[in-house]
Write a protein that binds this ligand. Structure first.
Ligand SMILES: [Zn+2]
Length: 219
Protein backbone atom coordinates (compact mmCIF):
# COMPACT_ATOMS: atom_id res chain seq x y z
CA UNK A 1 0.00 0.00 0.00
CA UNK A 2 1.23 3.48 -0.85
CA UNK A 3 1.36 6.16 1.86
CA UNK A 4 2.81 9.56 1.16
CA UNK A 5 3.45 12.71 3.15
CA UNK A 6 3.79 15.97 1.22
CA UNK A 7 5.95 18.81 2.54
CA UNK A 8 7.02 22.01 0.90
CA UNK A 9 7.17 25.79 1.05
CA UNK A 10 4.25 27.98 -0.04
CA UNK A 11 4.44 28.61 -3.77
CA UNK A 12 6.25 25.36 -4.66
CA UNK A 13 3.14 23.66 -6.02
CA UNK A 14 2.80 20.99 -3.36
CA UNK A 15 -1.01 21.00 -3.68
CA UNK A 16 -0.97 20.53 -7.45
CA UNK A 17 1.69 17.79 -7.31
CA UNK A 18 -0.25 16.01 -4.55
CA UNK A 19 -3.49 16.12 -6.56
CA UNK A 20 -1.75 14.76 -9.63
CA UNK A 21 -0.16 11.93 -7.65
CA UNK A 22 -3.55 11.00 -6.16
CA UNK A 23 -5.01 10.87 -9.64
CA UNK A 24 -2.14 8.76 -10.94
CA UNK A 25 -1.93 6.24 -8.08
CA UNK A 26 -5.48 6.24 -6.66
CA UNK A 27 -4.27 7.11 -3.15
CA UNK A 28 -6.64 9.22 -1.11
CA UNK A 29 -5.85 12.81 -0.23
CA UNK A 30 -6.14 13.58 3.45
CA UNK A 31 -5.87 17.20 4.52
CA UNK A 32 -5.98 18.00 8.22
CA UNK A 33 -7.74 21.29 7.49
CA UNK A 34 -10.54 19.36 5.79
CA UNK A 35 -10.66 16.78 8.61
CA UNK A 36 -11.11 19.57 11.16
CA UNK A 37 -13.84 21.22 9.06
CA UNK A 38 -15.64 17.88 8.59
CA UNK A 39 -15.48 17.11 12.30
CA UNK A 40 -16.91 20.54 13.18
CA UNK A 41 -19.66 20.18 10.56
CA UNK A 42 -20.61 16.77 11.99
CA UNK A 43 -21.57 18.45 15.27
CA UNK A 44 -19.85 15.66 17.26
CA UNK A 45 -18.55 16.29 20.75
CA UNK A 46 -15.02 16.38 19.37
CA UNK A 47 -16.18 18.73 16.62
CA UNK A 48 -17.64 21.15 19.15
CA UNK A 49 -14.43 21.06 21.14
CA UNK A 50 -12.38 21.78 18.00
CA UNK A 51 -14.70 24.63 17.09
CA UNK A 52 -14.32 26.33 20.47
CA UNK A 53 -10.53 25.98 20.30
CA UNK A 54 -10.34 27.46 16.80
CA UNK A 55 -12.81 30.24 17.65
CA UNK A 56 -10.61 31.21 20.60
CA UNK A 57 -7.73 31.61 18.15
CA UNK A 58 -5.66 28.79 19.64
CA UNK A 59 -4.00 25.96 17.73
CA UNK A 60 -5.73 22.59 17.87
CA UNK A 61 -3.55 20.44 20.17
CA UNK A 62 -1.39 17.64 18.78
CA UNK A 63 -3.33 14.84 20.44
CA UNK A 64 -6.67 15.91 18.92
CA UNK A 65 -5.24 16.22 15.41
CA UNK A 66 -3.45 12.89 15.79
CA UNK A 67 -6.65 11.19 16.99
CA UNK A 68 -8.53 12.51 13.97
CA UNK A 69 -5.83 11.45 11.51
CA UNK A 70 -5.65 8.03 13.15
CA UNK A 71 -9.42 7.55 12.87
CA UNK A 72 -9.40 8.59 9.21
CA UNK A 73 -6.49 6.31 8.30
CA UNK A 74 -8.45 3.34 9.65
CA UNK A 75 -11.37 3.87 7.28
CA UNK A 76 -11.88 1.32 4.51
CA UNK A 77 -11.20 3.50 1.48
CA UNK A 78 -7.75 4.41 2.76
CA UNK A 79 -6.97 0.87 3.86
CA UNK A 80 -7.69 -0.18 0.29
CA UNK A 81 -6.16 2.64 -1.69
CA UNK A 82 -3.49 4.24 0.49
CA UNK A 83 -3.08 7.82 1.62
CA UNK A 84 -1.46 11.14 0.85
CA UNK A 85 -1.15 13.39 3.88
CA UNK A 86 -0.94 17.14 3.51
CA UNK A 87 -0.56 19.33 6.61
CA UNK A 88 0.34 16.39 8.85
CA UNK A 89 2.71 15.75 10.50
CA UNK A 90 3.77 19.30 11.39
CA UNK A 91 6.15 18.31 14.19
CA UNK A 92 8.53 15.43 14.84
CA UNK A 93 6.25 14.37 17.71
CA UNK A 94 3.41 14.01 15.22
CA UNK A 95 5.81 12.20 12.88
CA UNK A 96 6.48 9.64 15.63
CA UNK A 97 2.73 9.29 16.20
CA UNK A 98 2.16 8.73 12.52
CA UNK A 99 4.81 6.04 12.43
CA UNK A 100 2.95 4.22 15.21
CA UNK A 101 -0.42 4.64 13.49
CA UNK A 102 0.97 3.13 10.29
CA UNK A 103 2.56 0.26 12.24
CA UNK A 104 -0.75 -0.41 14.03
CA UNK A 105 -2.42 -0.58 10.62
CA UNK A 106 0.27 -3.02 9.40
CA UNK A 107 1.54 -0.55 6.83
CA UNK A 108 4.27 2.08 6.58
CA UNK A 109 5.24 5.36 5.00
CA UNK A 110 6.28 5.03 1.36
CA UNK A 111 7.92 8.45 1.05
CA UNK A 112 8.00 11.91 2.56
CA UNK A 113 7.95 14.09 -0.54
CA UNK A 114 9.47 17.54 -0.31
CA UNK A 115 8.22 19.68 -3.19
CA UNK A 116 10.73 22.50 -3.19
CA UNK A 117 11.70 25.37 -5.49
CA UNK A 118 14.37 28.05 -5.62
CA UNK A 119 13.62 31.05 -3.43
CA UNK A 120 13.39 33.51 -6.30
CA UNK A 121 10.78 31.31 -7.97
CA UNK A 122 8.78 31.07 -4.73
CA UNK A 123 8.95 34.82 -4.18
CA UNK A 124 7.90 35.50 -7.77
CA UNK A 125 4.86 33.24 -7.44
CA UNK A 126 3.85 34.50 -4.00
CA UNK A 127 3.94 38.15 -5.07
CA UNK A 128 2.48 37.88 -8.59
CA UNK A 129 -1.15 38.71 -7.83
CA UNK A 130 -2.54 42.16 -8.71
CA UNK A 131 -6.07 43.37 -8.11
CA UNK A 132 -8.03 46.19 -9.66
CA UNK A 133 -8.16 49.24 -7.37
CA UNK A 134 -11.72 49.94 -8.55
CA UNK A 135 -13.77 48.11 -5.92
CA UNK A 136 -16.81 47.92 -8.20
CA UNK A 137 -14.67 45.94 -10.68
CA UNK A 138 -12.42 43.78 -8.50
CA UNK A 139 -10.71 41.98 -11.39
CA UNK A 140 -7.75 39.81 -10.40
CA UNK A 141 -4.59 39.38 -12.46
CA UNK A 142 -1.37 37.45 -12.09
CA UNK A 143 1.91 38.73 -13.49
CA UNK A 144 2.93 35.15 -14.31
CA UNK A 145 -0.20 33.35 -15.41
CA UNK A 146 -2.78 36.04 -16.24
CA UNK A 147 -1.00 39.26 -17.20
CA UNK A 148 -2.96 42.44 -17.89
CA UNK A 149 -2.66 43.65 -21.50
CA UNK A 150 -1.26 47.01 -20.36
CA UNK A 151 1.20 47.02 -17.49
CA UNK A 152 -0.35 48.15 -14.22
CA UNK A 153 -3.83 48.71 -15.66
CA UNK A 154 -7.03 46.71 -15.45
CA UNK A 155 -8.14 45.09 -18.73
CA UNK A 156 -11.77 45.42 -17.77
CA UNK A 157 -12.09 49.00 -16.50
CA UNK A 158 -8.68 50.65 -17.02
CA UNK A 159 -8.14 51.47 -13.32
CA UNK A 160 -4.76 51.06 -11.67
CA UNK A 161 -3.80 47.59 -10.42
CA UNK A 162 -2.56 47.25 -6.84
CA UNK A 163 -0.96 44.59 -4.71
CA UNK A 164 -2.70 43.41 -1.54
CA UNK A 165 -0.55 43.36 1.58
CA UNK A 166 -1.09 39.56 1.69
CA UNK A 167 0.82 39.35 -1.59
CA UNK A 168 3.66 41.70 -0.67
CA UNK A 169 7.28 40.62 -0.65
CA UNK A 170 7.44 41.25 3.09
CA UNK A 171 4.53 38.87 3.77
CA UNK A 172 6.00 36.29 1.40
CA UNK A 173 9.38 36.41 3.17
CA UNK A 174 7.62 36.02 6.52
CA UNK A 175 5.71 32.98 5.31
CA UNK A 176 8.91 31.41 4.01
CA UNK A 177 10.71 32.10 7.30
CA UNK A 178 7.89 30.47 9.30
CA UNK A 179 7.91 27.53 6.91
CA UNK A 180 11.68 27.07 7.30
CA UNK A 181 11.50 27.15 11.09
CA UNK A 182 8.60 24.71 11.30
CA UNK A 183 9.64 22.29 8.61
CA UNK A 184 13.43 22.00 8.93
CA UNK A 185 13.19 19.50 11.84
CA UNK A 186 10.74 17.34 9.85
CA UNK A 187 12.98 17.35 6.80
CA UNK A 188 15.90 16.18 8.98
CA UNK A 189 13.66 13.55 10.58
CA UNK A 190 12.68 11.99 7.26
CA UNK A 191 16.14 12.34 5.77
CA UNK A 192 17.51 10.30 8.68
CA UNK A 193 14.89 7.59 8.16
CA UNK A 194 15.78 7.40 4.46
CA UNK A 195 12.20 8.25 3.44
CA UNK A 196 12.80 11.76 2.14
CA UNK A 197 12.33 12.33 -1.59
CA UNK A 198 13.19 15.84 -2.79
CA UNK A 199 11.66 17.22 -5.95
CA UNK A 200 12.51 20.69 -7.26
CA UNK A 201 9.69 22.41 -9.05
CA UNK A 202 10.76 24.67 -11.92
CA UNK A 203 9.14 27.31 -14.15
CA UNK A 204 7.68 24.72 -16.51
CA UNK A 205 4.22 23.22 -16.92
CA UNK A 206 2.62 21.24 -14.11
CA UNK A 207 2.85 18.13 -16.29
CA UNK A 208 6.61 18.59 -16.71
CA UNK A 209 7.07 19.11 -12.97
CA UNK A 210 4.95 16.03 -12.33
CA UNK A 211 7.22 13.99 -14.60
CA UNK A 212 10.16 15.13 -12.45
CA UNK A 213 8.26 14.01 -9.35
CA UNK A 214 7.50 10.57 -10.79
CA UNK A 215 11.17 10.13 -11.69
CA UNK A 216 12.18 11.12 -8.13
CA UNK A 217 9.76 8.46 -6.85
CA UNK A 218 11.14 5.88 -9.31
CA UNK A 219 7.71 5.53 -10.89
ZN1 LIG B 1 -10.97 46.92 -13.06
Amino acid sequence: MLNYIFLGPPGAGKGTMGEMLCERTGVIHLSTGQLLRDEMASGSELGQKVKSIITSGALVPDDIVTAMVSKRLLQNDIRQHGSLLDGYPRTTIQADSLKRIFADNATELTAAVLVDADRDILLGRLTARRICSNKACGAIFNLQSNKPAREGLCDRCGSALVQRSDDSEETALDRLRVYDQQTAPLIDYYRKTGKLVVMKSREVTAEQNFATLLAALNM
